[in-house]
Design a protein. Structure first.
Ligand SMILES: Cc1ncc(COP(=O)(O)O)c(C=O)c1O
Ligand SMILES: Cc1ncc(COP(=O)(O)O)c(C=O)c1O
Lengths: 409, 144, 409, 144
């Protein structure tokens, strides 16, 4: 673990020194996407400047090197989430593609009429719509686990909803709206007793906390590089080898085949079976560089920093009587994501006005409409922190919220 | 960009004003308009008789920009002919797109000229035009 | 059109000045992937350094700008292939995903038992395997158009294979093995008479020749950014608006929805309906920069240069009595791709040996096993040129092939 | 990397030699091995009697490396016991992976030591090991 020097860290991120509307950027939209440290940008550019080639196909030096770099990135990811084998790491374009891959290649094949798919009400659309599609096609039913008054998930609700009919449970480890961290290990254990497989949507959690797929005993885990300081266009699907082996391929084409004849095709081994077409080698290398950057800082230091920010932000927000905060009150029970509403000011007006003070936050349904309907809040404002945010930025946020309030008084 | 040029007094006042926010008993032209990406969601209700918008009102929720724009539109079209309402909508949309810039050509929009600068806040253009697109859709359907 | 100054162009590509095995790199594997000019790398890095955000969701400045840049890239692509509307331009991760999207969302829905799908025998696996899958699922049949002795496609064969039963024809505009340019406009016209839709695989052609989807009257066109000097991880699907409107979405999740309720979802408008999850904004910007770079040089100058290279390469290869060249003898009838075999030397040995002289060429089946089986050549060596290759590089190639020959005498 | 260290005379000679390239009339152990990505495709045929590889041969096609490696393997295992053949295969694979580097431990491979440097040409490692993996697979199946 390297010494947590926030000034030094901020200097690693070129975007953070920019100005917006003549104010220093205060970027509090990290749950949507994170900024990239210079090392990530450099590692991608270096790859293109020195080694760019189509991997897995070339006997020439660039092709061999591109293959090695791509596979080394896979190994970095494997190690990062402690998978048993790099055969279990499939590169996709984002978490959404990974969830769709599971829905098409596992869900459509294994879920049958009358089976149940269980989700949490706070899922992101990417972890709802593919399952609606499976449920509809297969005449299975979709069941939601609802939240308690702390906006967290009571295990009693888990035991109620997961039954012998449940074939698949898919749940985010951390809600992108509420920040709630769900007890996925307990959910997996119970679901496995009931014979269901469990998909963990790690889009929000993997960037913020050590994720050990073997400890959680997850069947599948997905996440996106761009929320973890990596480039856009790269995501990860982890799947237990045994499950992946039994699944038909999803995207088909170059690189995922063994033999193609006019009428029939045999498929390549894992992980290539699920990686059709020219892969995003630059993206994988950038993701690996981001993981290395993160690992150098360490989750322990990151967690300490984020807890500090979240605690302080919750405290300051609570000082504003016109603000309602969603989600768990205890910062230890949540990730660095806070949704709130302001009496008399619509979230979109909040976002537009604080933007003129340089503050980037998000307003809307956060791709979680069922949750918003459940909370009876069509929209909310959301702030979300990462490694490079500071206490001073929270002060600027609070000042700007006070100014918003003035407009609407 | 200055916030004052967007969140003008007239817009803020209209966003808070509830006088057009109601149901009409005998509405014969009802249209829903929504921006799924930001959640603005309104329903406009019109009573059209002999080619005239006899009365108009709206319900729904959204940001200050969308609510003010809707309410000001309702004020403007009430008692106007359907053709005039259409011209108003076209003029408003042309103003937003900066196709019409002459103040004199915009006079018919009265207070709704206040939205002239919304294109400086590109994320909010959709909010300002929502009611007007909905109106055009309503008229088109009524006339079909 | 800017003056075609090969020295200047080569200087734009950092990778071209590198050495391989202590020899200057002679990169002749452009049909696999192309190198990137510095402007492309810069435009991507600048985006991340200055504007990085999740588009379509933010009211804040970075989000608005990211959206504008992403949509401007879409417009650049629209203009590049002369589509009517940017609603017809869907960003994917590569050509393969685009072909799969068509196969799943159009093929699986519109092709029925007894229907026929027609391909050319020279298709890339990415344009075969998805259709095998559709044919198998739907009990439709797959028919191949075979080549004549010039390794081109006689229109008589087209008229023979496309029948009233044909629902879909999918064909590469240019073969990635033979370089053959197929008469796609004539094929589209005939297929349309028969009531079939036509998919053009432009992965090889779009980088080399002006492609006008309205002139060709294509129903669908796909291509990949990385073969056109753009980054990896970005591809394009063009579809006629009318067809796209009628198709169900493929990948599901964030950004492609209108309303999500617990049980049901309505989908967003085009093009968003087909773009689920966080898009690769950096990739789209890089692709647009590549298109602009290419447009500045102009297809006319490019074509002139490539014809010169291809003509010279064919002439020099013909001087080697132990070399057999595949594909059309007339350089005007083909793109800058030449496959060949050398008597007594397996293509993989050729590739490995010329690699030690700095020459990068490809050996193998080139993801076109059915073609290779048809040609009775399990593997071949392939060279492929782009904008930055030179006559001197062809001389180095020929010298290195002579050295290969010596090893095996 | 020098080409001479890979395309050695002994490998080139063996790649051209056809003396092991044939079918065996009474083969009782036949195994196909292939590298789909590069197209190398061989079939090895063995006659195994009382735990001994009485005869061996191969057919198929591929690059010089794969063909030479296959032919040299056939020469090496002919008349050896199945257990010795297994040890040879393990030793060869360990040599390629640089797990065994001592010359003295590699002596049993005789001329096949010529492939020692193949890891300097990573794209070709698969070609060199194809026959040996196929042999191991063949023996495993025979013994199962
Ligand atoms: C003709 C053709 N079609 C499709 C593809 C697939 O492109 P990608 O691998 O970028 O998806 C390629 C290139 O590999 C190709 O040459
Ligand atoms: C919880 C959760 N799941 C899935 C996603 C989808 O990620 P992506 O858009 O990168 O595919 C997101 C982020 O948008 C998310 O927050």
């Amino acid at each position: 673990m390297r010494n947590f020097d926030i000034e030094k860290i901020r200097n690693d991120f070129p975007a953070l020194s920019r100005y917006v509307h003549e104010k220093p950027l205060v970027y509090l939209d990290n749950a949507a996407t994170t900024h990239k440290p210079q090392v990530v940008l450099d590692s991608v550019a270096d790859y293109y400047r020195s080694f760019n080639a189509n991997p897995h196909r070339g006997a020439h030096f660039l092709g061999v090197t591109a293959t090695e770099l791509y596979e080394a990135s896979r190994e970095t990811v494997r190690d990062f989430i402690n998978a048993s084998s790099s055969n279990e790491i499939i590169f996709t374009k984002n978490a959404t593609e990974a969830l769709n891959l599971i829905a098409y290649s596992y869900g459509m094949v294994n879920i049958e009429e009358g089976d149940e798919i269980v989700l949490c009400i706070s899922e992101h659309h990417s972890n709802i719509v593919p399952w609606q599609n499976v449920a509809k096609s297969k005449k299975a039913s979709l069941k939601y686990m609802y939240l308690d008054e702390n906006h967290t998930l009571d295990l009693k609700e888990v035991y109620r909803k997961i039954t012998d009919k449940t074939k698949l449970v898919s749940i985010a480890h951390m809600s992108n709206v509420l920040g709630t961290i769900y007890p996925v290990k307990e959910i997996v254990e119970y679901a496995h007793q009931k014979g269901a497989v469990v998909v963990i949507d790690g889009a929000q959690s993997v960037p913020h906390m050590k994720t050990d797929v073997r400890y959680i005993d997850a069947d599948f885990l997905v996440f996106s590089g761009h929320k973890l300081m990596g480039p856009m266009g790269i995501g990860v699907l982890y799947g237990r080898e045994e499950l992946l082996l039994g699944m038909p391929p999803f995207l088909m084409g170059g690189d995922m085949i063994e033999y193609v004849e006019e009428e029939t095709t045999t498929y390549a081994e894992l992980p290539y079976k699920f990686e059709a077409g020219t892969p995003n080698v630059g993206g994988a290398i950038g993701l690996a560089a981001a993981i290395e950057y993160l690992s150098e800082i360490g989750f322990e230091a990151l967690h300490k920093h984020e807890i500090e920010l979240t605690t302080y932000a919750l405290k300051r927000l609570k000082e504003l009587p016109y603000v309602t905060i969603y989600g768990h009150k205890n910062p230890e029970q949540r990730g660095p994501v806070i949704s709130f509403s302001m009496k008399g000011c619509h979230p979109h007006d909040v976002a537009s006005i604080v933007d003129t003070y340089g503050v980037a936050l998000r307003a809307g349904h956060h791709c979680a409409q069922p949750l918003m309907a459940y909370l009876k809040a069509p929209a909310s404002s959301r702030i979300s922190f990462y490694i490079y945010n500071t206490i001073q930025e929270i002060d600027i946020l609070i000042d700007s919220l006070k100014k918003v309030r003035k407009w609407f008084l | 960009m200055s916030l004052e040029s967007i969140y003008t007094d007239i817009i803020l006042e209209n966003s808070r004003s509830d006088h057009n926010r109601k149901h009409l008993d005998c509405a014969n032209c009802i249209e829903r308009g929504h921006n799924p990406s930001c959640g603005d969601d309104i329903v406009i209700e019109l009573i059209i008789k002999d080619g005239t918008v006899v009365d108009a009102a709206f319900t729904g929720s959204g940001c200050a920009i969308s609510q003010a724009s809707t309410s000001m539109m309702i004020d403007l079209i009430r008692s106007k002919s359907v053709d005039e309402a259409k011209v108003l909508a076209d003029t408003f949309l042309a103003m937003i797109k900066k196709i019409i810039e002459e103040e004199s050509d915009l006079e018919i929009l009265e207070d709704a000229i206040a939205f002239k600068n919304i294109s400086n806040m590109p994320a909010r253009v959709k909010c300002a035009v929502l009611a007007w697109h909905t109106l055009k859709e309503a008229i088109k359907r009524k006339q079909a």
